[in-house]
Design a protein around this ligand. Structure first.
Ligand code: NDP
Length: 335
C-alpha cells in the first residue's frame, strides 16, 4: 500500500518536498473476528485545513504525525469487511486516507449510493464541501431574497457553491478570486453578479465599496485577515458573517484580522465560526436539494481532478497558490 506522509511538521506554506510516498506491507484480507473494513481508495479529497494539523503544534491538538497515514475524506470500494454495516463491493464515503488502500473501523464512514452521479461528486458538491456551503450559508447566514452577499475564495470548492446557492435564492452576489480567469468563470459560468481579482484590486475596502454601494448583508469568509477586515468595514446593520475558513492565516502565523470592534457593536453584526461536522443532521436535506439543482442545471459542478497517488502532494500544495478551480480531488484508482 503506497501512501503519502509528511516528512516533518510543516510550519508555513507547504512544499512538495515536505511529503514522501511511503510503502507499507498490507494484507487485503480481514483477520477472523475483526470488525475492520479494507477499502480500495478511489477518490480522495484535498482540503486546506489539513495544513493546520501538519504544524509543530497541530490545530486543536489534532496532529498529523510524520511518516504516518493521513486521514482524509474520500470515496472507496470495500474489498473485505468484518463489519456488519459494510459488505464487499459496497461503495463507501467518509474517512479514508491519502493512500491506495485504507483500513477502517467504520468510524465516520457510510455506505454510498452514487444515485447515478459520478463518484467524485460525493466528495465535493454532494460531500463535505457542499454541506459546508449549505450549512454555513443557510443556517449561519440566514439569508433572505434580495440581500447582498460577498464570498471570498469564491472559485474554491466551498465558495463557488455558496455563490450558486445565494443566486438560487435571489441574492445579489459578489465573489473574489485570485486570477482574471477565475473572475470570468464566476461571472460568466456561475452567474455571480460581480467578481473581482483581489490580487489586482488590492485596495479591498474600495473594491467592496464599489461592488456594494449599499453595503454587505452577508459575508461568507474563507480567507480571514485583511479580507475579513474589509468586509466588516462594509457590513450593513444586522449583517451576518459566517467564518468558514481563514486560508490566508493558515500558513502565516503573523497574519490575523484586526477587527473594528466598534463597527461590530454598533452595526449589531453577528460573526459565527462553524465546523461542518456539527451539521450532519442537514445532510439529507442538503443532498436532496443539491441533486435537484444539479439535475436541472441550476448548480454547475466545478471539479479539479488530478490523477494518481503521486499527485497528492502537488495537489495539496497547489491550493495554497490558488492552482485549483473548484473542488480539488485526486483520483487514486479506477473503480
Ligand atoms: P479550496 O481548496 O477549494 O480553495 C482554496 C482557495 O483559496 C484557493 O484556490 C485560492 O484561490 C484561495 N487562497 C489560497 N490562499 C489564499 C490566500 N492567502 N488569500 C486568499 N485566498 C487564498 O478550499 P475550500 O473551498 O475547500 O475551503 C475554503 C475555506 O473553507 C478554507 O479556508 C477551508 O479551510 C475552509 N473550510 C472550513 C470548513 C469548516 O468546517 N469550517 C470545512 C471545509 C472548508 P484564489 O485563486 O482565489 O486565491
Amino acid at each position: 500500500n503506497r501512501y503519502v506522509a509528511i516528512k516533518a511538521p510543516i510550519d508555513g506554506v507547504p512544499k512538495e518536498s515536505d511529503f514522501e510516498l511511503m510503502n507499507q506491507k498490507f494484507s487485503l484480507s480481514i483477520k477472523r473476528g475483526s470488525k475492520e473494513i479494507i477499502i480500495k481508495n478511489l477518490y480522495v479529497s484535498i482540503d486546506p485545513y489539513h495544513v493546520n494539523q501538519m504544524k509543530t503544534t497541530g490545530a486543536l491538538g489534532r496532529t498529523i504525525v510524520p511518516g504516518e497515514v493521513i486521514n482524509s475524506y474520500g470515496v472507496g470500494k470495500v474489498i473485505a469487511s468484518g463489519n456488519p454495516r459494510f459488505a464487499k463491493g459496497d461503495y463507501v464515503v467518509g474517512n479514508i486516507s491519502w493512500g491506495e488502500y485504507s483500513i477502517s473501523k467504520g468510524f465516520f464512514l457510510r455506505k454510498l449510493d452514487p444515485m447515478g452521479l459520478p463518484l467524485s461528486y460525493h466528495i465535493g458538491v454532494l460531500g463535505l464541501s457542499g454541506l459546508t456551503a449549505y450549512a454555513g450559508f443557510f443556517d449561519i447566514c440566514k439569508p433572505k431574497r434580495g440581500e447582498t452577499v460577498f464570498v471570498s475564495a469564491a472559485s474554491g470548492s466551498v465558495g463557488n457553491l455558496v455563490g450558486q446557492y445565494a443566486k438560487q435564492l435571489g441574492c445579489y452576489v459578489v465573489g473574489c478570486a485570485g486570477s482574471p480567469k477565475k473572475v470570468k468563470l464566476l461571472k460568466e459560468k456561475l452567474g455571480f453578479d460581480e467578481a473581482f481579482n483581489y490580487k489586482e484590486d488590492t485596495d479591498l475596502n474600495s473594491a467592496l465599496q464599489r461592488y456594494f454601494p449599499n453595503g454587505i448583508d452577508i459575508y461568507f469568509d474563507n480567507v480571514g485577515a485583511q479580507m475579513l477586515e474589509a468586509a466588516i468595514s462594509n457590513m450593513n446593520l444586522y449583517g451576518r458573517v459566517a467564518v468558514c475558513g481563514a486560508i490566508s492565516e493558515y500558513t502565516d502565523s503573523e497574519k490575523h484580522a484586526k477587527l473594528d470592534m466598534l463597527s461590530i457593536i454598533y452595526k449589531r453584526i453577528i460573526i459565527q465560526g462553524f465546523i461542518t461536522h456539527d451539521y450532519m443532521n442537514l445532510f439529507p436535506e442538503f443532498v436532496s436539494k443539491t441533486v435537484d439543482y444539479i439535475l436541472v442545471g441550476k448548480i454547475h459542478v466545478l471539479e479539479d481532478v488530478l490523477i494518481g497517488i503521486e499527485s497528492v502532494p502537488s495537489a495539496f500544495v497547489g491550493v495554497f497558490h490558488g492552482n485549483n478551480v473548484g473542488k480539488r480531488i485526486v483520483k487514486i484508482a479506477d473503480d
